[in-house]
Write a protein that binds this ligand. Structure first.
Ligand code: 26Y
Length: 822
């Protein structure tokens, strides 16, 4: 019997080539001679998508038949990164496709470069959601990611004259081969207007919400394939469109322009991602985005239940809804509204269901990132939800009164409505009251939540609180991004570690093997050479691959203290200027990251880095021993390229400010050594890799609090430490700004004025620790040992471990095996 592989499912090189040619012809409508690189990319993407579809539909059919318990992960951001490479890895056909392309005279790496990534997130929180989807699928857990299909994701960053310039991200302009629109599952969402109390047909009084706007949500589905499993889950993103009937209504009344305007207003809702990270602004459109995707998602879940014939009372058995921070927390009053107003359920019963359905993850302690909505704005957009929140609050405060009698201050502190000045809805408190689980994202962060930001809620509901330390997916951030490391790992310990990251432990057995260490060192050098070539190509700066690659790549924010890193660079530069023959360890300082467009000081820090680089890189006294490079437009694609090249990972936030961090994990998993504070997950990374393989510096959280309390005086540190003084004076004098002392004055004033993030207090400890880092790097053998041990001991930080913890602790959801039928 001759068996020919199906063109849409076969995985052999021959079949892949045939399928590719077929898609180029029938989907792109091109033959090879006139096809563009994008045509080739698209043809390959469709070839891969066909193979995903089989798994996807088998998965959907199985879940539907079993009415499987499902995790609904609600997030305003999913920072997915490029899809092609990851799907090749997870399908297990990277090598076959590589060969197929080669035989067709194409370069897979070039095609991978073609992909415009969906940057539908700002940073850590959005990328975490993406890693969790990968792990959920890999662990075969039924799950749906729900979010917004922003037409414009996070802006592209350009650097002009050292300043950040924002450029619109047009990720959809060449088409998106990974998504399928599902217009038949569209839903309508109401906004604005007012409520009315009227009798229904039985004479019972009911509340009716009369909106002044209705928008349509159209779901766009992307398959999320697990690593070497048949499970393909779904990321369902909602696009906003105008509801036709509203247009017609306006047409009938002759208001043509009004109708067109209405359409624009509706479509605006999913137009653009808000580019702020860790700072809330209370914008009307942002609230519209939140209710829009949340309402669409809840109605979608109800549709699924109906289709699977699960009674509505069983909502908490069918779904667990994870709230990725408070951004989707209007889901709590929205579910109440649906149950009470639209399904006529009694309040108590609806509240029982709601409380059992939600779980809330907090991602921040920064006060400016805690969402609060002015009552006026909230009531104008969501009049019915505001009434529901008042009712939830009334009943909640009764509960507080019962547990803590005669404690009016506690009632004031815990109220869902902040009445200290202008009145606000406190979204974090709403999330706490409406959820059965509340978690932080690293051990320290969870402790601080309990002690500080959510202390009253911890006293009220101690059983709800738990920690789930973040993790990252080793598929994207090792297998895909660092093939050299993977080859070396596989040659020593096999490839089990890809699914069970604790297997990396086995590497420890080889740390004393000089040949292995030599291979490790050589591998790192090759990776650094690639990045050096890239830097040369994009910035024309020559970097020395034998110098230490010292990297800080993350969003720009004062609490992350990129400017502390700059103070170190200036200090080294000053030492050279004072003594040009000084023996210093050569370093290449690499920075990457975006600043929120309205965050002036963060943008000024970017300008400072570039200005310092301009001087340091050109000064002949430096003799190329220091290089400062700002790599523009840091995104997922770029992150994958850069993490593997790091020798040193900068994780230097003020203790108590970084909830977890996840870049810290990605660097260490690729063999970088961390210099860091006792903040977020750094604490746990240090615990795992060992104190001797981690460069610790700086104040602890307790010391930060204590120093604040006793009256921190940054000026005193400046006066007492001559190196610190000189570094700051050089900035202030205009040395790095063509003699203009005004340029960086706001930054200097922040530091010498109140120095909210205590750079000056941590400066000496940071510099001394950096000196130890430099010394350690000179003993390259010692460095390589540390690097190997870091990788060997990072098993805990797989997102598979995080997701297992969520499943076992409170999601209570089991894996479902998927069998592939033809
Ligand atoms: C309210 C709004 C403007 C807002 C938008 C985005 C607020 C916060 C954010 C994003 C927050 C964020 O990314 N937080 C990060 O979450 C990571 C994943 O848990 C943590 O590792 C990281 O420490 C934290 O800053």
């Amino acid at each position: 019997e001759v068996r020919v592989e199906d063109d849409r499912t076969g995985l052999s090189v021959e079949t892949l080539k045939r399928a590719f040619a077929d898609n180029l012809f029938y989907i792109q409508g091109k033959f090879p001679q006139i096809a563009s690189k994008n045509d080739f990319y698209m043809a390959l993407a469709y070839t891969v998508r066909d193979r995903l579809l089989r798994r996807w539909l088998n998965t959907a059919e199985t879940y539907s038949r079993n009415a499987s318990r499902t995790v609904a992960y609600l997030s305003a951001e999913f920072l997915m990164g490029p899809q092609l490479g990851n799907n090749l890895i997870n399908l297990g056909i990277y090598d076959q496709v590589n060969q197929a392309m080669q035989e067709l005279g194409l370069d897979l790496r070039e095609l991978l470069e073609e992909e415009e990534e969906p940057g539908l997130g700002n940073g850590g929180l959005g990328r975490l959601a993406a890693c969790y989807l990968d792990s959920l699928a890999t662990l075969e857990i039924p799950s749906l990611g729900y979010g917004i299909r922003y037409e414009f994701g996070i802006f592209d960053q350009d650097i002009k004259d050292g300043w950040q310039v924002e450029i619109t991200d047009k990720w959809l302009s060449a088409g998106n081969p990974w998504e399928l629109p599902r217009p038949e599952w569209s839903v309508e969402v109401k906004l604005g207007g007012h409520t009315e109390k009227r009798a229904d047909e039985h004479g019972n009084f009911k509340i009716y919400w009369v909106p002044n706007q209705v928008v349509k949500g159209i779901p766009y589905d992307t398959p999320i394939l697990g690593y070497k499993t048949n499970t393909a889950n779904t990321l369902r993103l909602w696009k906003a469109e105008a509801v036709e009937s509203f247009d017609f209504y306006a047409f009938d009344s002759g208001d043509y322009l009004g109708a067109v305007h209405q359409k624009t207003v509706s479509e605006n809702i999913s137009k653009v991602l808000y580019p702020n990270d860790n700072s809330a602004q209370g914008k009307e459109l942002r609230l519209a985005q939140q209710i829009f995707f949340v309402s669409c998602s809840l109605k979608d879940m109800m549709r699924i239940m109906e289709q699977q014939k699960v009674p509505l009372e069983q909502f908490p058995e069918k779904f667990v809804i994870q709230l990725n921070d408070t951004h989707p927390s209007v889901a709590i009053p929205e579910l109440m509204r649906l149950l009470v107003d639209e399904y006529d359920m009694p309040w108590e019963k609806a509240w029982g269901i709601t409380k059992q359905s939600f779980a809330y993850t907090n991602h921040t302690l920064l006060p400016e990132a805690l969402e609060r909505w002015p009552i006026g704005l909230f009531g104008k957009m969501l009049p019915r939800h505001l009434e529901i929140i008042y009712e939830i609050n009334k009943r909640f405060l009764d509960e507080v009164r019962m547990k803590f009698p005669d404690d009016t201050d506690r009632l004031r502190r815990m109220s869902l409505i902040d009445e200290s000045g202008e009145r606000y809805v406190r979204m974090a408190f709403l999330a706490c009251v409406g959820s059965y689980s509340i978690n932080g994202v690293a051990a320290l962060h969870t402790e601080l939540l309990k002690k500080d930001v959510l202390h009253d809620f911890y006293e009220m509901y101690p059983e709800k609180f738990n920690n789930k330390t973040n993790g990252v997916t080793p598929r994207r951030f090792m297998v895909l991004s660092n093939p050299r490391l993977c080859r070396l790992l596989n040659s020593k310990i096999g490839d089990e570690w890809i699914k069970n990251l604790y297997e990396l432990k086995k590497l420890e057995a080889f740390v004393e093997d000089p040949e292995f260490r030599r291979q490790w060192r050589e591998m790192k050098l090759e990776i650094k050479q690639d990045v050096a070539d890239y830097i040369k190509k994009t910035t024309d700066i020559d970097v020395n691959v034998n110098s230490m690659f010292d990297i800080q790549a993350k969003r720009f924010h004062e609490y992350k203290r990129q400017h502390l890193n700059v103070l170190h660079i200036i200090t080294l530069y000053n030492r050279i200027k004072a003594n040009p023959d000084i023996d210093i360890t050569p370093r290449t300082f690499l920075f990457g990251g975006k600043a929120a467009p309205g965050y002036y000081i963060a943008k000024l820090i970017i300008k400072l880095i570039n200005s310092v680089g301009d001087i340091v890189n050109r000064d002949p006294d430096v003799r190329d021993r220091l290089k400062v490079v700002f790599l523009k437009d840091f995104n997922v694609k770029f992150a994958q390229r850069i993490y593997p090249s790091a020798d040193l990972s900068e994780q230097i936030s003020t203790a108590g400010k970084e909830a977890s961090g996840t870049g810290n994990m990605k660097f260490a998993l690729n063999g970088a050594i961390t210099i860091g504070t006792l903040d977020g997950a750094n604490v746990e990374i240090r615990e795992e890799v060992g104190a001797e393989n981690f460069f610790l510096f700086g104040l602890t959280t307790e010391e930060v609090y204590a120093l604040k309390k006793e009256g921190y005086q940054p000026w005193e540190y400046y006066q007492k430490d001559p190196e610190l003084k000189l570094a700051i004076d050089r900035i202030a004098s205009g040395f790095f700004s063509h003699g203009d002392p005004k340029l960086f004055k706001p930054l200097v004033d922040h530091l010498l004025g109140n120095d909210q993030y205590m750079l000056l207090a941590d400066y000496r400890s940071y510099i001394d620790t950096q000196d130890r880092v430099s010394e350690a790097y000179r003993d390259i053998d010692r460095w390589v040992r540390m690097s190997i041990l870091n990788v060997a001991r990072m098993g805990k930080f797989s997102s598979d471990r995080s997701i297992r913890d969520y499943c076992e602790d409170f999601w209570k959801v089991q894996p479902v095996n998927i069998e592939l039928k033809e």
